[in-house]
Design a protein around this ligand. Structure first.
Ligand SMILES: [Zn+2]
Ligand SMILES: [Zn+2]
Length: 447
């Protein structure tokens, strides 16, 4: 309504694709044809299988009815249009200042340069949200989807007792985490609509890469899938390891090619070899000799090493470079390993017990910091280390400032347990052949 009052929407008579056999207009997914850009089979509003472009029904080559296959004919109808072209300057500026992934920005700027067409936002369909003031029509789904983000915020704000307008109207910072296939809607349509009603537009758009399995695009019908239940949980593989793999491989924003062999290497070398090894070694040694947190105070070296890691991770989050956050936490574990190795507690424990306690205290504090820092990526593992550190309270509520909050000497430590198990070659072989079988049977079914 506000868009209409502000003069951004107008009704026009247009010739639209129509099926004489089914006696119905062919909107969006009810119309198919060939994409003029890439030649893939596309639907009436987008090239969803091919180049992902937003399309106008007129652009389709050989358009026909999805239901009966008849060629589409043209028939006049009155529809409502959002004057997207009025926002060309705004959208150019918006995308130039937009933070997040370059992918989103560059796609959008390219589309804007090609020229923006006004956008039909009403549809002649039996289902959907009635078009305000013209109840025979419904709103195009992509025109009202984004409103869901706002109503979710309202709902959440009601439950938590904050004001949703702080986020959407006053100085809120909106960040959209999306798949790369819906950049057009988030970087072109919605900023224009939000601007048209004077709501906050996104501060950043972070578009994820595509997921592949062993080099092929994810596809359930072709068998290129990883089954979380069958392939991961039932194999005794830690879900946190999968989360770590995805993040440290792609940082979320690059394409991910899920390869079992590669997964095994990352888990065994990094999670088992560096993080798991460090935690277990330190905790086991301390438990054997003291059964509680040893006496000590934090050295400046350890304090500043932890602080630097916290700062580095803070920066990567603000730049949406999540892979670097995982790397920084792993680097701190390597630092801890070196610290343990160089202080040689297995020697000092015999003649200089106080020295050993003091050194081990540093190692334990490093582990505490790592535990807090990996929590967003490996929530279950961090819970387990937290418990092994003899800490009360919920790790998920611990603030990052507590990384340098000194551990309390004398706190009882439980029996330590290994955090990760190595992924055996046989497991990888079994999972790879299971995947191949899945692909084979999908191929047979298709025939
Ligand atoms: Zn295409
Ligand atoms: Zn038809």
């Amino acid at each position: 309504r506000t868009l209409e009052e502000n003069g951004y929407v107008e009704a026009r008579d247009v010739a639209l694709p129509y099926c004489n056999t089914c006696q119905t207009f062919l909107a969006d997914r009810f119309l198919v044809g060939t994409c003029p850009y890439c030649g893939a089979i596309a639907r009436g509003d987008e090239c969803d299988q091919g180049c992902q472009r937003y399309l106008d029904a007129d652009q389709l080559i050989n358009p026909r009815c999805v239901t009966c296959g008849s060629p589409a004919v043209k028939r006049n109808a009155r529809h409502h249009f959002f004057k997207l072209s009025m926002f060309t300057d705004f959208l150019t500026k918006f995308n130039k200042r937009l933070k997040g992934t370059a992918l989103a920005r560059n796609y959008a700027l390219g589309w804007i340069r090609q020229g923006l067409k006004d956008w039909g936002i009403s549809r002649d369909l039996k289902w959907g949200i009635p078009y305000p003031g013209d109840e025979d029509l419904v709103l195009y789904v992509w025109a009202e989807n984004y409103a869901g983000y706002i109503s979710f915020t309202e709902e959440w704000a009601r439950q938590t007792g904050v004001d949703w307008e702080d986020y959407w109207i006053r100085d809120g910072k909106i960040i959209n985490f999306i798949g790369a296939d819906i950049v057009y809607h988030h970087a072109v349509f919605w900023p224009a609509i939000l601007k048209g009603v004077n709501y906050n537009t996104a501060y950043a758009i972070v578009a994820s890469g595509m997921v592949k399995v062993e080099g092929h695009g994810l596809s359930k019908s072709r068998g290129f899938v990883i089954d979380i239940e069958e392939d991961i949980i039932k194999q005794g593989i830690d879900l946190d390891a999968v989360r770590y793999y995805i993040l440290s491989y792609t940082g979320y924003t690059k394409d991910l090619d899920f390869i079992w062999k590669d997964f095994q290497i990352r888990v065994n070398n990094e999670l088992v070899g560096i993080l798991g090894n460090y935690a277990y070694r330190v905790l086991l040694f301390i438990h054997k000799h003291f059964k509680k947190i040893p006496q000590g105070t934090l050295t400046d070296e350890v304090t500043s090493q932890i602080r630097n890691t916290v700062e580095a991770i803070d920066k990567t989050f603000h730049r949406f470079r999540f892979k670097e956050a995982a790397d920084a936490a792993m680097l701190l574990a390597s630092f801890g390993n070196t610290l343990f190795q160089q202080s040689e507690p297995w020697k000092t424990i015999k003649e200089e017990r106080d020295r050993a306690q003091f050194d081990l205290y540093q190692c334990l504090q490093v582990l505490k910091a790592i535990t807090i820092l990996i929590e967003p990526v490996m929530p279950a593992i961090s819970e387990r280390i937290w418990q092994q550190l003899g800490q009360d309270g919920n790790i998920h509520e611990v603030k990052v400032e507590e990384c340098t909050e000194p551990l309390v000497p004398g706190t009882k430590l439980p029996n330590p347990e290994a955090l990760f198990t190595k992924i055996a070659d046989e497991t990888v072989e079994a999972l790879t052949s299971r995947l191949n079988q899945r692909i084979e049977s999908a191929r047979a079914k298709a025939k």
